[in-house]
Design a protein around this ligand. Structure first.
Ligand code: BEZ
Length: 186
């Protein structure tokens, strides 16, 4: 092992990892990834939906000038193999791992090179873009082994608000889901 390999392995969370990492880490800190936008373009048939009635979860889309706020986790190198195995299993092969630089949300200083999971457009669960109202309808209907798709969207939006992070796609979708809930209850 070289001295470069001695530090932690950083993992960037931008979906459920923001509020539920479910793996041991020695540090967590808010982070920004440049050049990517978060989108509900990946289908979920194993967590927030089921085959035939998929939910929608986030992935990252390359978009020059965009940025994505998330949570960075420092994993002890001795734990990294087990953590990556767990994440690879959790994401069931629809996502590729990339190595990307993370920046501090305030001041923009680069602080780590992290593993970032990005769904491939060729994976079998890929759904791609759709009008936000259509995505909201799908989210309100979908349920899977990890819970409702609605809960996933609203928890992500709540985490972003809690940290003062702006993400119009997520916040607008959460607002639509809540508005449709209110309409249905009226
Ligand atoms: C997450 O941050 O929850 C995440 C998103 C996509 C792949 C892996 C993890």
């Amino acid at each position: 092992m070289t001295s470069r390999d001695a530090g932690p392995v950083w993992v960037f969370g931008y979906g459920s990892l923001v509020w539920r990492p479910a793996f041991a880490h020695r540090e967590r800190r808010p982070a920004v990834l440049h050049g990517f936008a978060r989108r509900f373009w990946q289908g979920s048939t194993d967590h927030r939906g089921v085959p035939g009635a998929p939910g929608r979860v986030v992935t990252l889309i390359e978009a020059p000038g965009a940025h994505c706020w998330g949570m960075a986790y420092a994993v002890e190198r001795r734990d990294a193999e087990a953590v990556l195995r767990l994440l690879d299993h959790r994401e069931q092969g629809g996502y590729d791992r990339h190595q990307r630089t993370l920046h501090e949300p305030h001041g923009d200083r680069a602080f780590a090179s992290a593993l970032v999971y990005v769904a491939t457009a060729s994976n079998p669960d890929w759904l791609g873009p759709a009008p936000l109202a259509e995505i909201a309808r799908q989210v309100r209907r979908a349920h899977g082994p990890s819970g409702s798709n609605r809960e996933y969207v609203l928890r992500l939006a709540a985490s972003l608000r809690e940290h003062g992070a702006r993400d119009e796609h997520v916040l607008a979708l959460a607002a639509l889901v809540e508005a449709e809930d209110a309409e249905a209850a009226a």
